[in-house]
Ligand binder design. Structure first.
Ligand SMILES: Nc1ncnc2c1ncn2[C@@H]1O[C@H](COP(=O)(O)OP(=O)(O)O)[C@@H](O)[C@H]1O
Ligand SMILES: [Mg+2]
Length: 282
C-alpha cells in the first residue's frame, strides 16, 4: 500500500522497507503491518491526544515520572509545551513497559524501535504467520479457557512483581498467538508502588479476565484471584512461583486502635526529642 504520512520518516531512515497493510485501527492508535528486510513487523502509530481522550484520565498519569520540573509545571498548567511533554510521556510509557515486561519474562510483543511517535514491534502471529486474533474474536472450549486464564493470571503476577499494572487488560488487548496469549496495548500501564489507583486497576484487570473466560468455563466466575494477588503483593510475598488458590477471605477486622495509639506516642516522643536537640543546639 501507499506509505501513510506518519510512516514516511521511518521509511526514509531505513527502519522499515515498506507497508503491507493496515490492521484494525483502535481507539488510540493505527496499527500497520510493515516489512523490515525479510521480516514482517508491526508499526503502532499513536493518534494525537485530541483524537484520543478517554484513557488519559488523571489516575493513569498520576506519579508518571517526568524528567524535569519545568516539564512537570508545564504539564500541570496545560501549556502547549506541557501538552507535548504529556504526549511524549504517554507514548514512551508503552515502550518503557514493553522493555520492562519482556525483561521480567512476560509474553509481550518484542519492541524494536520508537521513532517519531511510532512504535515498531514484533507482529504477533498465529500458526499460519498471519496477524493473531484478539481473544475477543475466538471461541474457546472450557479446557482452553481454563488454561489461558491460568496463564494470564501468572502473567498478571509477573507484571506486578515487575512493578507494573496493565490498567486496561481485557479480551480486546490480548492476542492469541501461535505460542499462546500475548498481552498488548500498554500506554496506560501504571507503576504499582507509586500510584494510588494501582490496586483498583489490578482488581479490574483480573475481574475482566474472570468475566471473559467465565463465559466458557463458568466455575471461574466464583474465583477471586485479584484480592489474593494484591494481598500477597502488599505483604511483600508475591512471586511468579507462588501457588494461588483463587480464594480470598474478606475479613473485616476491627481497627487496631492500640497500634495507632502506639504510633502516635512514638511520633510525639520523636518530636520532643527533636525539639530538645534544637534547643541544646541553639
Ligand atoms: N504487536 C502486534 N501484533 C499483532 N497485532 C497487533 C499488535 N499490536 C496491535 N495489534 C492489533 O492492533 C489493534 C490495536 O492495537 P492496540 O495496541 O490495542 O491499540 P489501541 O490503543 O488502539 O487499542 C489490536 O487490537 C490488534 O488487533
Ligand atoms: Mg487496544
Amino acid at each position: 500500500m501507499k506509505t501513510p504520512k506518519r510512516l514516511q520518516s521511518l521509511l526514509e531512515e531505513g527502519l522499515i522497507d515498506g507497508v503491507a497493510r493496515q490492521l484494525m485501527s483502535g481507539k488510540e492508535a493505527m496499527v500497520f503491518v510493515v516489512r523490515c528486510g525479510d521480516e514482517t513487523r508491526c508499526a503502532k502509530v499513536y493518534k494525537e491526544a485530541t483524537h484520543r481522550s478517554f484513557r488519559q484520565a488523571v489516575d493513569y498519569t498520576e506519579n508518571r515520572k517526568v524528567k524535569n520540573s519545568r516539564q512537570a509545571r508545564a504539564m500541570a498548567k496545560g501549556t502547549r509545551f506541557g501538552k507535548e511533554a504529556q504526549e511524549a510521556a504517554w507514548q514512551s510509557a508503552e515502550v518503557d513497559a514493553l522493555y520492562r515486561l519482556a525483561a521480567a519474562g512476560v509474553r509481550v510483543p518484542r519492541p524494536y524501535n520508537f521513532h517519531d511517535g511510532v512504535l515498531l514491534m514484533e507482529l504477533v502471529a498465529d500458526e499460519h504467520g498471519a496477524a493473531a486474533p484478539r481473544l475477543n474474536d475466538v471461541e474457546l472450549t472450557p479446557e482452553q479457557a481454563r488454561a489461558h486464564h491460568a496463564t494470564l493470571i501468572t502473567e498478571v503476577v509477573r507484571m506486578l512483581c515487575a512493578g507494573v499494572v496493565h490498567g486496561d487488560l481485557s479480551e480486546f488487548n490480548i492476542l492469541l498467538g501461535a505460542d499462546g496469549p500475548v498481552i498488548i496495548d500498554l500506554p496506560q500501564a501504571v507503576d504499582a508502588a507509586g500510584n494510588n489507583h494501582a490496586q483498583r486497576m489490578l482488581l479490574r484487570d483480573v475481574a475482566n479476565l474472570r468475566g471473559f473466560f467465565g463465559r466458557f468455563a463458568p466455575e471461574l466466575l466464583a474465583t477471586d484471584y485479584g484480592h489474593e494477588i494484591w494481598s500477597l503483593y502488599q505483604r511483600g510475598v508475591l512471586s511468579p512461583e507462588v501457588a494461588l488458590t483463587g480464594r480470598f477471605e474478606h475479613r473485616h477486622r476491627p481497627a487496631d486502635v492500640q497500634g495507632v495509639m502506639r504510633e502516635i506516642d512514638d511520633a510525639r516522643a520523636e518530636e520532643s526529642a527533636r525539639r530538645l536537640r534544637l534547643q541544646t543546639a541553639g
